[in-house]
Ligand binder design. Structure first.
Ligand code: SF4
Ligand code: SF4
Length: 176
């Protein structure tokens, strides 16, 4: 997908550290900065492996993700997740990976999540694991649907913070 106007990485390197990247002759564990990351970009950009080329950053390509959620500023990385449970509007879920809590109670984030849940999209919250471990995720919809329908932003924020805090306790599975 083509990035939305104005949604350039511009110094962000979040996707060069949070996800695992596996390709022929290339392996980067989850929650570890890539050896080719300069801190503000990719030292091998023209030769970067296929998963890096194919990566779709929710902030860059999804109009429903607000400008305020740029990953390096917000502490949240948004990605598509193939594992939407049955009964939701789309087979693809949206996953919010909370690297920090910087935006967890912010109105742009809460309004975005509430809009997705109201539209019956499956929404996951996730916490990255420690270096070399997979992230943990949980489906948000059943936990916040009532607060969303009540337009209870404070209730959504409290539940979300509690879910993410619990996810951070693990247990996290070590990447092979
Ligand atoms: S997370 Fe998104 S904005 Fe940040 S470097 Fe990756 S693609 Fe660019
Ligand atoms: S190869 Fe480049 S684009 Fe891919 S993770 Fe490493 S620094 Fe990022």
């Amino acid at each position: 997908m083509t990035p939305l106007p104005g949604r350039s990485c511009d110094g962000c390197t979040t996707c060069c550290s949070v996800p695992a990247i596996e390709a022929a002759g290339f392996s980067k564990p989850p929650s570890v900065a890539c050896a080719h990351c300069t801190g503000s970009g990719c030292a091998i950009y023209d030769l970067r492996p296929a998963p890096c080329r194919a990566f779709e950053c929710g902030w860059q390509v999804l109009p429903i993700i607000p400008e305020a959620l740029k990953p390096d500023r917000s502490g949240v990385l948004v990605v598509a997740d193939e594992a939407a449970p049955p009964g939701y509007a789309s087979a693809t879920a949206i996953k919010f990976i909370f690297i920090t809590d910087a935006s967890i109670a912010s109105l742009p984030l809460l309004e975005c999540i509430a809009g997705l849940v109201h539209a019956r999209a499956a929404v996951f919250a996730a916490a990255p694991g420690p270096a070399g471990h997979h992230s943990l995720k949980t489906l948000l919809n059943p936990r916040i649907e009532h607060a969303v329908e009540q337009r209870d932003a404070a209730g959504i924020a409290l539940t979300l913070a509690s879910i993410v805090a619990k996810l951070r306790d693990g247990p996290f599975e070590r990447a092979s």
